[in-house]
Design a protein around this ligand. Structure first.
Ligand SMILES: [Zn+2]
Ligand SMILES: [Zn+2]
Length: 192
């Protein structure tokens, strides 16, 4: 007797693992939550020609994701990676409500003074290491991946992003650091 043909089951949209039932988008609660966090974050960004303006919460001119998280720091960690302990996320555009990864640079407390920011801004384009991975590419890649019809690996290949890097972007591996780091620090001026 022939085995019955099972309906095609698409893997978890976040991690690619087998989902518990066909029709399920995610393998479990953890993936569902992380995916919805990413969704919630991207939905609150207004993408302009220059800055990506945060339309969500704010406090003292600083973009807030939810009540506690800094949207800038969240964005940095989502798109660019972990923020070293001694560093602050600064804006080359001087706009605290901007969450565009290409407008961030890491600074120390010293860099907080206005002229340092100005200097960095001039040197920004050529020196900044993430120039090779532009934020538009990342966002396009994420959008394509979120359609659910294509694997992470395929999207990464199509956009020329290393699959491990893209996986990090999708999974927001550094999210867990956020809760630990935030709240302990006081950010001044444009660095937060
Ligand atoms: Zn999953
Ligand atoms: Zn900006």
């Amino acid at each position: 007797m022939e085995k019955p043909v099972h309906p095609i089951r698409i893997g978890c949209l976040r991690c690619g693992k087998v989902v518990p039932r066909s029709g399920f988008k995610y393998c479990g609660r953890a993936c569902y939550l992380q995916a919805s966090v990413l969704d919630g974050f991207l939905r609150q960004i207004l993408i302009g020609d220059g800055c990506w303006i945060w339309t969500g919460n704010s406090a003292e001119g600083r973009a807030r994701f939810g009540r506690k998280l800094s949207a800038s720091r969240f964005s940095y960690q989502l798109f660019l990676g972990t923020i070293p302990k001694s560093k602050k996320v600064c804006h080359s555009c001087d706009d605290g409500m901007c969450v565009r990864p290409g407008h961030f640079f890491l600074g120390t407390s010293k860099d907080n003074s206005a002229d340092m920011v100005a200097k960095k801004r001039q040197a920004f384009g050529a020196r900044h290491g993430n120039a090779k991975l532009s934020d538009d590419i990342i966002l396009q890649a994420l959008a394509l991946y979120k359609t659910g019809n294509i694997s992470q690996r395929a999207v990464a290949k199509q956009f020329g992003i290393h699959r491990v890097v893209f996986n990090k972007i999708v999974n927001g591996h550094s999210w867990r650091h956020l809760n630990v780091e935030l709240g302990r620090r006081k950010w001044r001026h444009v660095c937060r």
